[in-house]
Ligand binder design. Sequence first.
Ligand code: GLC
Length: 653
Amino acid sequence: MIRKYRIGEPIPTDSVVKEIEITEGSIPYFSMDTEGKELSLLLEKNDKVFGLGETVRGINKRGWLYSSNNSDDPNHTENKHSLYASQNFFVVFSKKRQFGVYVDTPGKVNFDIGYSKLDKLTVAFEDFDADIYIVDGDSVLDIVSQFRQIIGRSYIPPRWAFGFGQSRWSYMTADEVREVADKYQEAGIPLDMIYLDIDYMERYKDFTVDDSSFPEFPKFVEEMRARGIHLVPIIDAGVKIEEGYDVYEEGVEKGYFVKKDNGENLVAAVWPGKVHFPDFLNEEARAWFGNKYKVLMDQGIDGFWNDMNEPAIFYIQDHLEEVFEQIEDYKGKNLDVQSFFDFKDLVGSIDNNPEDYKRFYHEYKGRRIRHDKVHNLFGYNMTRAAGEAFEKLSPDKRILMFSRSSYIGMHRYGGIWHGDNHSWWSHLLLNIQQMPAVNMCGFLYTGADIGGFGSDTTEDLVLRWTAFGIFTPLFRNHSARYTRRQELYRFDNVPVLRDFIRLRYALIPYLYSEFMKAALNDRMLFKPLCFEYDDDRSALVEDQLLLGESIMLAPVYTQNAQGRYVYLPEEMKLVRFRAFDDYDEDVMSAGDHYVRAELNEILVFVRKGHVLPLAKPEKSMGKVGVSDLTFICHGAEPGSYDLYSDDGESRVV
Ligand code: GLC
């Protein structure tokens, strides 16, 4: 049962697609403090709080303050409050009670989950206007499914997007891309995608291709397709200000960019230098921008990633000028310590400054609205622009799309990647912990940058992270410029990595089936143990996940480990994979076990009464079939597994 309560006059977000009548009266479970502009509830000792999507810290969110305030912050450390997403759905869960809460409001929201007071949860939002949905159900999975039903079906990518992808900021030329493809081929490692980061563009202008470094682009796209590889270019939110650039000129002429108070187009700076931001919240501007993807689709492109759409702002021109003026004041002065720090902050706080969100406006649903009031909808609507356009531009075939920034609702138009993580072991754990939380909020096609984006990676981290990544729908190795190269063929353990990637391809019948079943039935793909097992211990496990109906994962995420402790809520069959056709099996009893896992091994636990199908691995996704399967069974017959199979590219209606 879902009840909807309205506080004030919330700005609509279009995240909920089902009509639900507003219930009058007080919001169950919460008490409301209109002065403090907050809702609060007392947490009982055994209450866990799950959800909130892509955030820092553990699976159980108790003990921290989370702010929905989409931020371009490349340091996902545990002291942070906001990452790139606002996914305001959570479930309070114990044996005694369980209910879901969705706070639908497009501005900043603070979730204090046992931070200020260990036993108190508060939700505070600046204007105190929101739709609050309370979801009651028989089980936590039922609550999540009910919620997912009202927000609409999750985005379904083409099947080839379940292949392995290699990325780097940036492959600078077509020849460099060819070299990556060649090296993967020589190493015998399957590869379906190579990602093009910003340098494929001409001076970082969206929907252009640099003809000197990527000559005859359509031919190049075709050449790579013939090798089974999809090129997936990046699109950034900011449109470069440059005379003669059609996207810029059209946007100015039609008034499609966000504006300042005085009606002038806002000037900000991102990778291209000075940019205007399209007003993705304006329906017409959205349709206009969405249509631009056609420029690349006409050249053979069938997948994209949308970036810098929180929006990331290096500086706002007006803010920069104010800083210069203030610096003039400091000139020649003898700075005391406080003035020195103020001076330093002046420059240090110029990028991604939330105060700047008050400097520009959107035309949203017939109203002029200041950006900070709808900040968290920006990336969502950029991706919506693409998704809505794809339905028209490619009515028959699915197009790959994922975004960095998001809000619930965007899950209907694309997936997400988890942003600029680091090559840190803690971020492998964070990747594991974020998976069920984003699933709860509707985001199924997701994955983190395998190996880590920032910082220098290490070979063992790449091995362990790849060992987990083979299970995530979006499976991409990506890293930042100036960091150690981390394409898989560069490491000594190429044979091991080859076996890992081949295992991913062997798992496709299972992974694709489970993904499709989750999408079509509004279910989760990755679940915390306690979503299915009701013993007390399961509710405390923070580093194991159920994936689909058949398996449990227990990834190794610490350096120099040769195994790990695993908790089994019931008897399970351990499959210790070295390759798709090289593994040992061991039926293990319920309880705690130390399980050995060398760097070349991947632990999979098959649940009792379940089956894990395996295909023969292939060089690319197009070739992976669903006939000729091997079945690893644990107290079940192969035929009991429900395989999902389709052509992998037609839109699913
Ligand atoms: C952002 C993206 C990252 C990309 C870089 C350059 O930091 O998150 O993935 O490589 O921009 O485009």
